[in-house]
Ligand binder design. Structure first.
Ligand SMILES: O=C(O)c1ccccc1N[C@@H]1O[C@H](COP(=O)(O)O)[C@@H](O)[C@H]1O
Length: 220
């Protein structure tokens, strides 16, 4: 029987990506507001795409160390259900953003070794969700969206007090193993479902969701 793993497809750039992601079975769709990213979208384009998302699908805005003024403009322009903070926002900053905008906040935390796990406990006190991603390895890397996986054994059998999502280098070939090893009930993918940076691919999205759900989970 398929598992009920929820999938977020991040980095939609074209209006046709929205129905394609939803048809594939995504529960979350993500829009990137970070000019260095090949998936960066303008506020008007994102507003157009977000308006076409049916009720029940969570519209997530990904930002990186955005200022209050930038977030004010974003929230005023784009209909959203969640903010994903993918920069170096401190726990206090996460709490302040959550209070100011009244939207659920998902904090991304980069993991490379055991030493990074304490941050997950810290952020679970202030965020509504955690997103556990690989830590960038090169100085010029983006903060995420690099197709880079981390050692999933680091988080096997660990749990946090808020829902969490596994990310980083996932694709249709490895997502079932990642879910089995970590017990993730939610997964996030960006570059693993693209035909080129910033270009989402319908068959790859469908294959990813099917593979994520074709997992027998030992634990939740
Ligand atoms: O996707 C991006 O371009 C991006 C830019 C800046 C920060 C985060 C970004 N994406 C997020 O990174 C992870 C993993 O992506 P991938 O599947 O390894 O390509 C995912 O959470 C995206 O939401």
């Amino acid at each position: 029987m398929p598992s009920d793993v929820k999938v977020k497809i991040c980095g939609l750039t074209q209006s046709s990506d929205v129905p394609a992601a939803i048809l594939a079975g995504a529960h979350y769709v993500g829009f990137v507001f970070y000019p260095r990213s090949p998936r960066n979208v303008t506020l008007p384009d994102a507003a157009f795409m977000a308006q076409s998302v049916p009720a029940g699908i969570c519209r997530v805005a990904l930002t990186v160390d955005a200022t209050d003024a930038e977030l004010d403009r974003l929230v005023a322009t784009v209909p959203l259900d969640m903010l994903q903070l993918h920069g170096r926002e401190s726990p206090d900053r996460v709490a302040a953003i959550r209070a100011r905008f009244g939207l659920p906040v998902m904090k991304a935390v980069g993991v490379a070794d055991e030493g990074d796990l304490a941050a997950l406990s810290d952020y679970s006190q202030v965020a509504d969700q955690l997103l556990i991603d690989a830590k960038p390895t090169q100085p010029d890397d983006l903060p995420g969206g690099n197709g880079l996986a981390f050692d999933w054994r680091l988080i096997a059998n660990r749990r946090w007090s808020v829902p969490w999502m596994l990310a980083g280098g996932l694709n249709a070939r490895n997502v079932a193993q990642a879910v089995r090893m970590t017990g993730a009930q939610q997964v996030d993918v960006s570059s693993g479902v693209e035909s080129a940076p910033g270009e989402k691919d319908g068959p790859l999205m469908r294959a990813f969701v099917q593979a994520a759900r074709a997992t027998e989970q030992a634990q939740g």
